[in-house]
Design a protein around this ligand. Structure first.
Ligand SMILES: Cc1ncc(COP(=O)(O)O)c(C=O)c1O
Length: 315
């Protein structure tokens, strides 16, 4: 089914009618570029920093969104679904990418958003983009949102919105995790440690499974709660039937939780962006880069380590 030369079959259409490239938009850059950067803050500890530019994969469905959503879009089309229904917070990059992908593919999208109180307020820029892309926004209270995977809540949503392809929060299901294994495969032989920011653990779960023996994946939690190692393991079981690869989660750098971006972190992101000419997304990527800098200073990486940081999104 995969076209020759198309890594993971996601680079081009795998079969008639199934999305591999999104119509009316540039072809995806897969494999994404990997380049070394000079950064003395790492170099002084003997660490060679590489940037894996997943942010360049696609202008509207960048980074891990592409790797996770494409397999789900294919599954939706294969099953004859015309609507995607998914979940997210008010600043969710995943909701934005789903809305854009739906528009490009001609699929309807429904976004279930955490926070009933948002319903009566002007939309923030992120939700306004979703709405402009045609996403129907459904605001639910936090208690219902927490129960969003329970059968009664799911059945209620399907009753209201008709048959839908359901994509979980953050896009992390088994299809998505297998899609993210492509990221690991692209990095085989190119780095010793590969770092990625974590929200649900889906990207880390796939990345670690795709790396070669001897390579290590490091997840930097961008959210609090201490659930990520357990959740990453659960996702690996769902996608591959068991734990895969060498990986760990560092829970020290979430800065107080999801979407918490203190001024110093935003300054750090801007400075990194200026130094290296790359966009630094602040909810996830900035926290990961800051975590790597701190860890390098603590001597967490042996001299000579090639450390690849994955830029999983855009600003
Ligand atoms: C830019 C960016 N990086 C990383 C993540 C975390 O990915 P995961 O939910 O697979 O852990 C997200 C989640 O939405 C994201 O938007």
């Amino acid at each position: 089914m995969n076209a020759p030369g198309a890594p993971d079959g996601l680079g081009v259409s795998g079969a008639p009618g199934l999305p591999g490239a999104l119509p009316g938009s540039p072809r995806p850059r897969i494999p994404s570029p990997l380049h070394a950067v000079d950064d003395d803050r790492f170099a002084r500890h003997g660490v060679r920093l590489l940037l894996k530019r997943d942010d360049l994969i696609h202008p509207e469905v960048p980074g891990n969104k592409w790797r996770k959503l494409l397999p789900n879009l294919r599954a939706a089309v294969e099953r004859g679904h015309t609507t995607l229904l998914t979940f997210g917070g008010a600043y969710s990059n995943h909701l934005r990418a789903t809305a854009a992908a739906g528009r490009l593919l001609g699929l309807a999208t429904v976004g279930v958003v955490r926070g009933e109180e948002l319903a009566g307020r002007p939309l923030n820029p992120s939700l306004a983009r979703c709405a402009a892309d045609g996403m129907r926004l459904v605001f639910v209270d936090r208690a219902t949102y927490r129960r969003k995977t329970e059968p009664e809540v799911v059945a209620g949503l399907l009753d209201r919105h008709g048959p839908c392809h359901l994509v979980p929060e953050g896009g992390s299901n088994a299809l998505a995790v297998r899609g993210c294994a492509g990221l690991g495969r692209e990095l085989r032989g190119r780095a010793d440690v590969v770092a990625v920011a974590c929200g649900t653990g889906g990207t880390l779960a796939g990345l670690a499974a795709g790396l070669a023996p001897g390579q290590r994946a490091l997840g930097v939690a961008a959210v609090g709660g201490g659930f990520l190692a357990r959740e990453t393991e659960r996702l690996q079981h769902e996608a591959f039937g068991g734990r895969r690869g060498d990986w760990a989660v560092d829970g020290r750098f979430h800065c107080g939780g999801y979407a918490r971006t203190p001024p110093w972190l935003r300054e750090f992101a801007e400075d990194f962006s200026t130094r290296h000419g790359v966009p630094v997304e602040s909810l996830y990527v900035a926290k990961m880069l800051h975590g790597l800098l701190t860890s390098a200073a603590e001597g967490a990486f042996a001299p000579g380590t090639r450390l690849a940081a994955v830029l999983t999104g855009t600003v």
